[in-house]
Design a protein around this ligand. Structure first.
Ligand SMILES: Nc1ncnc2c1ncn2[C@@H]1O[C@H](COP(=O)(O)OP(=O)(O)O)[C@@H](O)[C@H]1O
Ligand SMILES: [Mg+2]
Length: 274
C-alpha cells in the first residue's frame, strides 16, 4: 500500500492524512440528539454516538431504520431538525439557525461513497477524481492530477486513469468512487452500502480497498450488511431500528451476542435469509 498523501501544496484544503483534523483525546465525530422528520414520519428519533479518530464504525439495521439519513446528515446532504454534529473542529447545532457557510464547512469534513456509483459518465476516471478538488476547492490542475494518480494507485486502478466509467466493472467503478471521495481530503469517510449493488464476485475487491483504508488509519462510518467485514474491521457496531440506536458495542457484542430481541431477529434473518 502507498502512503496516504501528505505532500500537497494547497493551503485551503486539509492535507490527506487520516489522523489530521483531530484533537488528541477527543473523538473525531460527535453526534448528539439528532432528529429528522419527513412529513409526519419521524425517521431519526434521537441519535447519539461518537467516533474516535482512526476507528471504523459499522451501522447496521433493517431497511428504513434511518441509516442513510444518519450518513446524509453527517455529510449535510440532509438538514437535521435538531441535534449537534461535530466533525473535527467544525460543529453545527441544528436546533439553532445553521448558516450556509457552516453547512459547507461541515460537508467538507467528510467524503461519501454511495450505494451505486455516481461517477460522471462523460468524464474519464482521472477527471472524475479531480473535478471536486479543482472546481470546489480551486486546487491547481497539476497538483490535483498527481494526487488523483496516487489515489488511483491506492485503490489499485492507476492503469484506468484514461478510461471512461462505462469501460470499468462495477467493482472498479466503486473503487474510483472511493478515490473520488478521498480526493477532497476529508477527515472522515462515509460509506452507504458500497457493495450492495455489485455482483457477488466483485464485492471482495471493494471491501479489500476499504480494509486498506482502515489499516492506514482512516476514520470511517460504514453502512453495510457484510457481517464478516464488520467482524474483521469494525471497532464499534451500531444497530439501528426505527430511528434509534438500539444496541451498540464491539462486533462481538452486537453481532455475536446481541442483547436485544430486535437485533437478534435481524441478524438471524441476515445470516439465514430463507
Ligand atoms: N427525502 C425523503 N423524503 C421522505 N422520506 C424519506 C426521505 N428519505 C428517507 N425517507 C424515509 O425515511 C426512512 C428512513 O430512510 P433511510 O434513512 O433511507 O433508511 P435506511 O438507509 O436504513 O434504509 C424510510 O422510511 C424512508 O422512506
Ligand atoms: Mg439506506
Amino acid at each position: 500500500m502507498t502512503q496516504p498523501l501528505g505532500t500537497s501544496t494547497a493551503t485551503s484544503a486539509p492535507s490527506l492524512s487520516p489522523a489530521e483534523g483531530a484533537t488528541p483525546g477527543r473523538p473525531l465525530v460527535s453526534v448528539r440528539g439528532l432528529t429528522k422528520t419527513f412529513g409526519d414520519h419521524r425517521v431519526l428519533r434521537s441519535i447519539d454516538f461518537e467516533v474516535p479518530v482512526g476507528t471504523v464504525t459499522v451501522l447496521i439495521g433493517p431497511s428504513g431504520s434511518g441509516k442513510t439519513t444518519v450518513l446524509r446528515s453527517l455529510n449535510v446532504l440532509e438538514t437535521p431538525d435538531t441535534g449537534v454534529i461535530r466533525i473535527g473542529d467544525v460543529e453545527a447545532d441544528f436546533s439553532t439557525a445553521v448558516t450556509k457557510r457552516q453547512m459547507k464547512a461541515l460537508r467538507a469534513q467528510s467524503g461519501m461513497v454511495f450505494q451505486a456509483h455516481n461517477l460522471f459518465p462523460h468524464m474519464k476516471v482521472l477527471q472524475n477524481i479531480t473535478a471536486g478538488p479543482i472546481l470546489v476547492q480551486h486546487r491547481n490542475q497539476a497538483d490535483a492530477d498527481s494526487d488523483a494518480m496516487q489515489l488511483l494507485r491506492i485503490v489499485g486502478l492507476a492503469e484506468k486513469a484514461d478510461q471512461y466509467p462505462y469501460q470499468l466493472s462495477g467493482g472498479q467503478q466503486q473503487r474510483v468512487g472511493i478515490a473520488r471521495a478521498l480526493a477532497i481530503k476529508p477527515h472522515l469517510m462515509l460509506f452507504d452500502e458500497p457493495t450492495s449493488s455489485l455482483d457477488p464476485e466483485l464485492v471482495g475487491e471493494v471491501l479489500e480497498a476499504m480494509k486498506d483504508l482502515a489499516t492506514q488509519g482512516w476514520t470511517m462510518v460504514v453502512v453495510t450488511h457484510e457481517i464478516r467485514f464488520a467482524q474483521q474491521v469494525a471497532d464499534q457496531v451500531l444497530f439501528m431500528d426505527d430511528g434509534i440506536i438500539v444496541e451498540r458495542g464491539t462486533p462481538a457484542q452486537v453481532l455475536t451476542t446481541p442483547s436485544s430481541q430486535r437485533a437478534r431477529q435481524f441478524l438471524r434473518r441476515l445470516l439465514d435469509p430463507i
